[in-house]
Design a protein around this ligand. Structure first.
Ligand SMILES: Cc1cc2nc3c(=O)[nH]c(=O)nc-3n(C[C@H](O)[C@H](O)[C@H](O)COP(=O)(O)OP(=O)(O)OC[C@H]3O[C@@H](n4cnc5c(N)ncnc54)[C@H](O)[C@@H]3O)c2cc1C
Length: 396
């Protein structure tokens, strides 16, 4: 075999796995469809276990480029502050969240380890010897030329539409996430407290298709904004833009985030499907991350799950596990944790499919009531969110 592992997709999970396997002196190839760094705009909150693992892979000098420990959160309804959380409150409930620039983090991870990275190479199908996956057929996106790549393990980190998962005949039933999301990148406004997430909940419910808008700070004085609206069939982009313009006109702080941008012209629209695959692999091939459990931003789980999957796979490969045995052990380790994490998206889907008036009424209430929760309840909730993706003692 030319490679011990051919990893399809240089997402956060694939990049972490490549680094971990390279440290085991495995011969690793990463195939990434994009010819250059990704330009997908989205926020990514990383929880402490993920940050700790990434810190073992990336030199400390790079931290300011990819890691921003969050200092607080401010949720407003209009100009009224519903919830204000600072570092002391984080400490009281035992959480230390960090924001990362997803594209920068992936670039740094792809640029560090001792493995081969081929950009502009798209996997088109998995190759089999009988029941065993023996590699992948990859196409150079610039020349259209195909190449067979053989590997002891073919790993699919190629997102929700995973060619590797489909090639292995693994089913993934998905459901649409019932809210429309749109994102845009911004320079962090100088008048905002540093490293503090700002969110606004729409205060004129009956007139607006918008539900909320959140600005998440990224490292290097950058930020990303997430606009959440109710889907309309057919789409009513004009109505969303009118509502956004009216909303920002009333709130100077929000105007500092949105600026002159218009919906959808200056934003990236995201429609998400979520689900959990029936299996995680077959002999010779395993999948991880969004390829087997695409989720919504609810609970900030997706990237954290992907990194935890990568760590488990690296462990099992190091242990010498092979074939069906490795897949069985991988699933036994990761499925319970991933099920918990997907549960946040399942819960959010249930909530957002309530009648619109109920969502509009209950959504701000959830934030407003947060400071009134007894500390031990707050701690339990926070622990559930920040550790759901981690394996628990008792998982083999
Ligand atoms: C708005 C938004 C907010 C989010 N917020 C959070 C958050 O706060 N916290 C969190 O943990 N997660 C969050 N997520 C989820 C998180 O971004 C994803 O779960 C995570 O990126 C998944 O990582 P991955 O490694 O599985 O795949 P990805 O990062 O999706 O990478 C897949 C890679 O595969 C490549 N590829 C695809 N097909 C092929 C092919 N055929 N051949 C070769 N390469 C291919 C793609 O180009 C891409 O680089 C959020 C997502 C969104 C949309």
């Amino acid at each position: 075999m030319a490679y011990d592992a051919a990893i399809v997709g240089g997402g956060i999970g694939g990049a972490v796995l490549a680094n971990l396997l390279a440290r085991q002196k495995k011969r690793v190839l990463v195939l990434e469809r994009n010819p250059g760094p990704s330009s997908r705009v989205r926020p990514e909150i990383l929880w402490p276990a993920t940050v700790a693992l990434l810190q073992t892979l990336l030199p400390p000098s790079t931290a300011p480029r990819w890691l921003l420990p969050l200092q607080g959160l401010i949720f407003r309804r209009g100009n009224r502050i519903l919830v204000k959380v600072d570092r002391n409150s984080f400490a009281r409930v035992g959480v230390d969240p960090a924001s990362t620039d997803p594209n920068q983090t992936r670039e740094l991870l792809l640029g560090t380890g001792d493995f081969e990275l081929r950009r502009g190479m798209e996997a088109v199908k998995s190759l089999f010897d009988g029941q065993r996956c023996r590699g992948v057929l990859a196409r150079n996106v610039a020349t259209g030329q195909d190449q067979e790549i053989e590997a002891a393990w073919t790993i699919g980190d190629d997102g929700p539409g995973s060619v590797i998962r489909k090639g292995c005949g693994i089913g993934l039933a998905t459901r649409p996430f019932p809210m429309d999301l749109a994102t845009f990148a911004l320079d962090w406004p100088a008048e905002f407290p540093a490293a503090t997430v700002h969110a606004w909940i729409c205060e004129r419910p009956h007139k607006s298709p918008l539900l909320a808008l959140g600005a998440v700070p990224l490292p290097m004085n950058r930020g990303v904004c997430l606009v959440i609206s109710f889907p309309r069939d057919p789409p009513q982009d004009d109505l969303v833009q009118t509502a956004l313009a009216g909303w920002t006109a009333r709130h100077p702080l929000m105007a500092a985030v949105v600026g002159e941008r218009e919906f959808p012209r200056d934003m990236v629209r995201i429609r998400l499907q979520w689900g959990h695959a029936e299996r995680y692999g077959v002999p010779g091939a395993a999948c991880l991350g969004d390829a087997i459990h695409p989720v919504s931003p609810a609970g900030g789980q997706g990237a954290n799950m992907s990194v935890a999957d990568a760590a488990a796979l690296a462990d099992l490969i190091a242990s010498g596990a092979e074939g069906e045995d490795l897949i069985r052990r991988y699933e036994r380790r990761r499925r319970p944790a991933n099920r918990r994490s997907v549960g946040f998206t399942r819960g959010a889907t249930r909530f957002f499919t309530l009648p619109e008036f109920a969502v509009r009424g209950l959504f701000p209430l959830a934030f407003w009531s947060a400071p009134w929760l007894p500390a031990f309840v707050g701690r339990r909730l926070v622990k559930a969110v920040t550790t759901a993706f981690q394996e628990r003692a008792g998982n083999p």
